[in-house]
Structures are given as C-alpha cells and as structure tokens.
Design a protein around this ligand. Sequence first.
Ligand code: UGA
Length: 452
Amino acid sequence: MAITNHKNITIIGAGYVGLSTAALLSNCGYKVYLIEIDKQRLDTINTGKSFFYEDGIDPLIKNALEKESLIPTDNYMTAVQDSSIVFSCVGTPDNPDGSSNLSYVYSAAQETAKYIASGSVFVQKSTVPVGTGESIEEMFKTKGVNVAYVSNPEFLREGTAISDSLWFDRIVAGGQDKDAVNDIINVYKKLEQNRNSVAKIAGLSQEYTSKGEYFSTNRNSAELIKVTSNAFLALKISFANSIAKLADKTNADVVEVMDAVGADKRIGRAFLNAGRGYGGGCFPKDVSGLISSGLHHGVDLKIMTSATEVNESMPSYIVEKIQDIVHELKGRKVAVLGLSFKSGTSDARKSPGVKLANILSKNGAIVSVFDPKASNEASDDLRRDISIEGSMLKAISNSDVVVIATDWPEFIKTDWLRLKSKMSGDLFVDAVNSFEKGELTKQGFKYMGIGR
Ligand code: UGA
C-alpha cells in the first residue's frame, strides 16, 4: 500500500533523534510538524534553538521556522491529521531491571491512532526491543486503524548528529508492507539528494564522500539491527578495556596494541579506544535492553553481561590506579575535566566523568570539575561536595591530580606546560588515552593512561 495522497510529516518527540530528524527533513522540502509535550523545550525550539548542544542544528531550526516548514506543536490532532507519515521518536528509558520502558512508545502510538488517516505510514525510530512493532501493529488493528508500520532505527551519534544523518553509512527500513518501506526509503533519498544544500544551511563542511547503503528488511530484523549494532560497539569498547587491564599488568601499551590489531580490516580500529568506558543515553540502556530481550526469549546473552560488568568496573579501576600512585586520596585535590559522556555534546547521562568525580569524592578527595558544555546537565548527578568550576584554569588551580574524562579538543590542545604551573601536584590522568605520553612526561607530568 503506497501512500497515494502524500501530505506532510509528523515527528513525535523533540529529543536528540526527533529534533535532529525534524531539523533535517524540514530543510529538504518537507513540511514537518514536531510534536513535543514539554512546554519549555517547545519554547526554546520556537526561538530557533535546540535545547541541547549539537553542531549545525540551530541554523537548520531557525531556517525552517522562518520558511514555516517546521511547525513545533503540542497538538497531536492538527499535526497527525495533516500528515501521511508519522515518525515516532520518543524516549525509551530503562526500567530498574534493565528492560526498556516502552510507556512513551505505546502512548505515542495510541495517541496517533486517534487521528491518523487510513493509508498513512507509522514509522518507529525509537530504539525498541525486537517484537515491539508486532504488538503496535496489533494495537492499530484492534482499533480498526489501517496504517502500515515501518521500523526505521536511527544510527546518528550525538555531537555529530547532523553530519551522520547527511552522510549516513546505512538507512534501515523494515516492515511487512514493502510499498510503505519504499516510501520511507524515498524520504531519505530526498534528504540525500539535498545533502549539500542542507549542510550549507547547517554551516557544516561538505567534504565527506560516503555513499550510504539502503537496507529494506523485515520489521523484526530492523528492530534487531539497531540494538545489535550498539551492542557490538559496546562489546568492542569493553574488549579494549579488558585488554587495557592486562596491558597495565604486563607493561604493554593498549594504544599500540589496538592500532595494530585494528589495522586488520576484518577487525577495524574504530571503537577500540580503551579508557573510562562508555556512557550516554544509548549504549548502557541498549545493552541492558538486549540482555533482557534475550532472557525474555530464553536466550542468555552472557557476552553482553560481561561487557556491562567490564564497563561498570572502569571508573573504580581508574580511581584505584590513582590511589596506588598517590597512596592516600583523602584531602588530595583532584580536578576532573569532562562531564559529558563524550565530547561534542552537553549530554551527561550515565557519564563516566561524573562517576569518576563521585568515586573520588567518596574516597575523600577534594574534587573540582569543569566541562565546556555539560556542567548544567551533570550538576544533579554530582555529589554535593564537588565544586563545579566555570573554567579549566579554576578547576585545576592548586590540584594535586588532573583527570581528563572526556576528549574535548580544548583539553587536548591546551598548553599543559602553562597549566602545570598552576597545579600543586604533577599527576596527569588520561582517562581517554588521547594524549601523547612522551609530551606530557617531557613537560614534567607523571602520566597515567589506561593500559599504557
Ligand atoms: C551511539 C551509536 O554510536 C550511534 O550509532 C547510535 O545511533 C546511538 O548510540 C543511539 O543509539 O542513538 P552515541 O551514544 O551518541 O551513539 O555515542 P558514541 O559515539 O557511540 O559513544 C558512546 C560512548 O562510548 C561514549 O561514552 C564514548 O566516549 C565511548 N567510547 C566510544 C569509548 O569509550 N571508546 C571508543 O572507542 C568509542
């Protein structure tokens, strides 16, 4: 059933995925309604800004608002009734037992069901456990709603969301209705055709050449492709961190090891960077969601349980290594630089930098922290006795130890020789393995990497 009477696009949920998708599609020829129930978020978007930091997104929002091709709203009825494609991009937080909380997913589908016209396509972009689409299709049938369901998982990374979406590796669309799958693939083909002009509006460089692939699959395969991709990347990181622990004991350097191991094209170098482990709103939740999906179907994904255990051990492992060098943490002044879960984003969810700061403070260290973008988002998760500073210099002043917990370029490019003179001590902890060990040693630091 192909869409015969194409109207507009509705996107439900202005989170990282929904707002990025809306910003892109509304700049390549579609009229896009963006449904968001959080009034504050809606107000921010209406001023032409994203409520999170993301390279290139603000100019896209601003341009589409001016052209009236982006309509932020909290009204399902007007948006859905005037659209033939509805993308659901709502959050899927994890339940305390690790399974995915699908309450927003179901309520978005139920609310859509009230207004969606027969022959439209409902697209699931939220990351959901395999089998979710089947139950939503059932729900539509029970309510007598005649729509096609397409699973279209998202692979963009925070911090590079716009360029990832324009120069994608792959687009996956899966569903039982092949015409509807094709309709969705065509939306992305239109984005691909317009990628240079969209990049120009976003102010991004257009030097990429990637030729993305399109995969039409069945609905359940598409759901599984998404979580499998994230789980495999998480596995690579935990594997690298396990080898880093062995490298620490054997005087090998995990960076040298992974550079050579990753040169084997069958393995690849990406996501083999050892350090403080992965965080964020995706990997921890998607791995635990996959484990619980497996258990639900009688499959014990032990390999992923081990990956999680390794990941969770990394912040304390690093603090123990620091403790071995300084002997006593109590009363030591430690600066932790980097609170976002990675560079390029203000997102501090499940952030390893926050965990490191909290463990250090719990062990008696006097901790000060700094992040160029994420201090606000991290503040609620930090222990009360940690001081949040407005600059790198303030955070490291008189510190005995500096810990780099996020690979922000400004940390890496800074003149550390100059900053060292402001510190009381000389221990430099590179928890992201992003520095030249020899350089820092030359500048008089005692360098500690992870597995180096
Ligand atoms: C991840 C995936 O990379 C995206 O493809 C996916 O679309 C997204 O989840 C999602 O499901 O929405 P993201 O969480 O934004 O994207 O960030 P990544 O760049 O994948 O990094 C995840 C974490 O792994 C970060 O904490 C990062 O510092 C850490 N990491 C990454 C390492 O510790 N080592 C590495 O070698 C690579």
